[in-house]
Design a protein around this ligand. Structure first.
Ligand SMILES: NC(=O)c1ccc[n+]([C@@H]2O[C@H](COP(=O)([O-])OP(=O)(O)OC[C@H]3O[C@@H](n4cnc5c(N)ncnc54)[C@H](OP(=O)(O)O)[C@@H]3O)[C@@H](O)[C@H]2O)c1
Length: 245
């Protein structure tokens, strides 16, 4: 039986491209959606040649919410699986001083991704099938001084995915929330990441493929992050506010 298309929203992201390759390897046609789709022509050609699947490119801006309905209507086929890897880390100290920078981080990690996945969810529910994958972050599990603008947007996105999953459970549509922990990508290239806690984009892609096939609800790519976040979530607030993390 032929496999349905996998849409990668944020198709230029390192994690998104790794996920595209992983699903292409399983024989899924790929739809890559990005702000500058023409720049993805080399990846389009490489994935198509390597895995023998169709790869199409689509212009998409997560911040242009008014265009999202038309974007979905313009896809060659309604995808079987939609993965959202749009995100923006930003610079916390700048975000504290410049509301426009903060707005961009909040909108890029929550409003835009939630809007497009909400539209796809309605289409999937009408069809009675489909899987939605949202790449959120452990940063959304507790606000920390060093990244609470990004973290609060991811918290909103995580809650959105949880609600969507709850709403669509009886409609044949599955929602997977991905909490990657640190991943070595262009987003984190300027950070010193601890090797033992850091995954590769390919690790994230493998975890997502497994999570989709097993219909998991929430996955931590490296299980050590589940333990770390359980500890962080349970530190009493009067202690937490004195910590510098
Ligand atoms: N790397 C990590 O440690 C880590 C950890 C936890 C979660 N995550 C999440 O994983 C996802 C993928 O990140 P990554 O590590 O692969 O970093 P990345 O390569 O920087 O990917 C981020 C992607 O978001 C896209 N994007 C940003 N704003 C957009 C907009 N308005 N419209 C369309 N696309 C937009 C970027 O597209 P352009 O090429 O157009 O800029 C880029 O492709 C993100 O949601 C990120 O928050 C990453």
């Amino acid at each position: 039986m032929s496999k349905g298309p996998v849409l990668i929203i944020g198709g230029s992201s390192d994690i998104g491209l790794a996920v595209a390759r992983r699903f292409a390897q399983d024989g899924h046609p790929i739809q890559l959606a990005a702000r500058r789709p023409d720049e993805l022509a080399p990846e389009q050609q490489d994935i198509a040649l390597r895995y023998g699947v169709e790869v199409s490119l689509h212009p998409f801006d997560a911040l242009d919410c008014q265009s999202h309905e038309a974007f979905v209507a313009g896809l060659p086929d309604l995808p079987e699986i939609a993965v959202c890897s749009v995100g923006l880390l930003g610079d916390q100290s700048q975000d504290e001083r410049d509301w426009k920078a903060a707005w961009l981080v909040m909108s890029s990690n929550y409003v835009g991704p939630a809007n497009i996945l909400g539209i796809l969810a309605n289409r999937f529910a009408a069809r009675g099938s489909g899987t939605i994958v949202g790449i959120s972050s452990v940063a959304g599990e507790r606000g920390r001084a060093s990244n609470y603008i990004y973290g609060s947007a991811k918290a909103g996105f995580t809650a959105f995915l949880s609600g969507l999953r709850n709403r669509l459970a009886s409609k044949g549509v599955h929602v997977l929330t991905v909490l990657p922990g640190f991943v070595d990508t262009k987003m984190t290239k300027d950070l010193q990441l601890p090797g033992a806690l850091t995954a590769s984009s390919a690790d994230v892609a493998n975890a997502i493929a497994q999570g989709v096939s097993r219909r998991r609800n929430v996955i931590y790519v490296r299980s050590v992050w589940m333990l770390i976040m359980a500890i962080i979530r349970n530190i009493p607030e009067f202690v937490f506010k004195r910590l510098s993390i």
